[in-house]
Design a protein around this ligand. Structure first.
Ligand code: NAI
Length: 293
């Protein structure tokens, strides 16, 4: 891609590792970083395994896989100074204070980079308000699992420079995904529209009208989605999806249509976050969903 060659990914969890994977496969050099060394190691292992599996599936040659993996590096640290990073993509915990503190350091450490947040729901303009120069920051919202979900929301904040938006759009197209420019409103486009189904499903469950499994089956069989709302919440992680519900609800001043659910909140308190902890609405093992608990 013209101009952008070196990417730093900050946060090597579910989203960061997926972003690193598609970026190296598209020929970008990627530094994967995290506050946790173990998370970086697990992320590097994961990308290696996924790329090698794609060779077994006949999707690319051994040479192509090796070329891509040679572009993947462990970064020195999330905020190590570097003048040659063109684009930094942040995929850390969904928490405004954490993201603002990180970007405040990144704007000095990476003087030539466009700064992108993979936030699901935090307003880009608010994250950017902590920066000396808010024009370099925008939202670059990938969906889970990153290699399969081709849609990416590109979200300019109110003070984002159009050149930064152009860089982000070129990057998304270069990795073979499909960008949509979304307005910086709570939940942007997809997580605002996408609240409807899980919110209603949680209301049906809490009112005892139907079980998780029945609601998921009906949505799969009749609406035709690949996953029902409870399956999707378990995949996303309830810590993420419930936080998004709270942020979108607050952003629209408590609009009743968008009310978060106590059923989800109590699971977050209990550590029943979904596949990442072995149980959420369903039990799971090796990342696969099984029977309801
Ligand atoms: P995750 O919990 O899998 O990974 C987050 C990683 O960030 C962890 O490895 C953690 O050690 C690291 N981290 C935390 N604070 C850090 C800091 N200050 N500096 C560097 N690393 C730090 O989270 P996940 O699911 O990958 O989500 C990341 C972001 O992507 C969140 O903003 C989330 O809202 C957003 N997102 C998540 C989606 C999902 O389905 N899980 C979908 C789309 C966006």
């Amino acid at each position: 891609m013209m101009g952008t060659t070196r990417i730093r990914v900050i946060g090597a969890g579910a989203m960061g590792r997926g972003i690193a994977q598609i970026a190296v496969l598209a020929g970008f050099s990627v530094e994967l970083t995290d506050v946790s060394d173990d998370a970086v190691a697990a992320g590097l292992d994961f990308v290696g395994a996924m790329v090698r599996r794609s060779v077994e599936k006949g999707q690319r040659t051994v040479e192509e896989a090796e070329r891509a993996l040679a572009l993947l590096h462990r970064g020195a640290s999330p905020t190590a100074p570097a003048a040659d990073v063109d684009l930094a993509i942040e995929a850390v915990v969904e928490n405004l204070a954490v993201k603002q503190a990180l970007f405040t350091e990144l704007e000095t450490a990476l003087p030539n980079a466009v700064l992108a947040s993979n936030t699901s729901s935090l307003p880009i303009t608010t994250i950017a308000s902590a920066l000396h120069d808010p024009s370099r920051l925008l939202g670059l919202h990938f969906f889970n699992p990153v290699p399969l979900m081709k849609l990416v929301e590109v979200i300019p904040g109110l003070r984002t420079d159009p050149d930064a938006v152009a860089t982000a759009l070129r990057f998304v197209e270069a990795v073979g995904h499909r960008p949509v420019v979304a307005t910086d409103t709570p939940g942007f486009l997809v997580n605002h529209i996408g609240r409807a189904l899980p919110t209603e499903a949680l209301a049906l469950l809490s009112e005892g009208i139907a079980s998780e499994a029945d609601i998921d089956r009906i949505v799969r069989d009749t609406v035709g989605l690949k996953m029902g709302p409870f399956e999707l919440m378990d995949l996303t992680g309830l810590d993420v999806s419930h936080a998004v519900m709270e942020i979108v609800s607050a952003g629209f001043y408590g609009e009743p249509r968008l009310r978060p659910s106590a059923l989800a909140a109590v699971r977050v308190t209990a550590g029943l976050l979904g596949r990442k902890t072995g149980a959420g609405f369903y039990r799971s093992s090796d990342g696969q969903q099984q029977a309801p608990p």
